[in-house]
Write a protein that binds this ligand. Structure first.
Ligand code: ZN
Length: 208
């Protein structure tokens, strides 16, 4: 865990400890079923009228730090520990192939169209929504299928609000020394992710 101790420690995923005995072999690739699910979710996002939904200006990337997290578990944890009836303080979650399918994009708080308490200093990324990668990317590199899903999701989220890639941030970039989230391996590729998102958005614009 990387967050400050105390009530905001959950921001780094504290408390989502892996379950002992969870021996299921992790998936290494996204299945066709997951890719189809992602395509439908992204298409629904693109079809949402520009003036509908949360008027976000930033998208901030997090990780759970826990490898065996699930959306249901994050929902339950945030509901129980922070008294938030809406559950997860992340708008979208991306599975790592352990207990959520590899690369699967799951709508979390987005389902409720509510802002989230996901930053210590929200004023540094005002009107932000949160995308959370399941796993610990301080300890290991982000698998390619998760990176691909993240790039697709970020490109879709930015395009529908006509935001530049500079509006993609990371929890660590916002809250600095208060957290290592989403981990040093992710921080090492953060600019590459922004470049890939920029290319995807310009390709999509060129295709119109
Ligand atoms: Zn975080």
């Amino acid at each position: 865990m990387f967050g400050a101790a105390g009530t905001l420690g959950y921001l780094a995923g504290a408390g989502l400890a892996p379950r002992i005995g969870d021996a299921r072999k992790p998936e290494r690739t996204a299945t066709d079923e997951t890719l189809g699910h992602n395509a439908r979710l992204l298409s629904d996002l693109r079809d949402l009228p520009a003036d509908a939904g949360l008027p976000y200006d930033w998208v901030v990337v997090h990780h759970t730090a826990a490898e065996s997290a699930t959306l249901e578990g994050i929902d339950r944890y945030h509901r129980n520990h922070f008294g938030d009836p809406l559950g997860a303080e992340y708008h979208f979650v991306i599975g790592n192939g352990r207990r959520e399918p590899m690369g699967r994009i799951l709508a979390a708080r987005w389902r409720h169209q509510a802002w989230a308490a996901h930053l210590f200093h929200p004023e540094r990324a005002p009107a932000s929504i949160a995308v959370c990668l399941i796993g610990n990317f301080h300890e290991r590199e982000l698998p390619a299928p998760m990176a691909n899903s993240l790039v697709e999701l970020l490109a879709t989220l930015l395009a529908r609000r006509d935001l530049p890639v500079a509006r993609i941030s990371e929890h660590r970039t916002v809250d600095r020394r208060l957290t290592a989230c989403p981990g040093r391996h992710y921080m090492g590729i953060a600019d590459d992710v922004r470049d890939r998102v920029a290319r995807k958005i310009s390709l999509a614009a060129g295709a119109m």
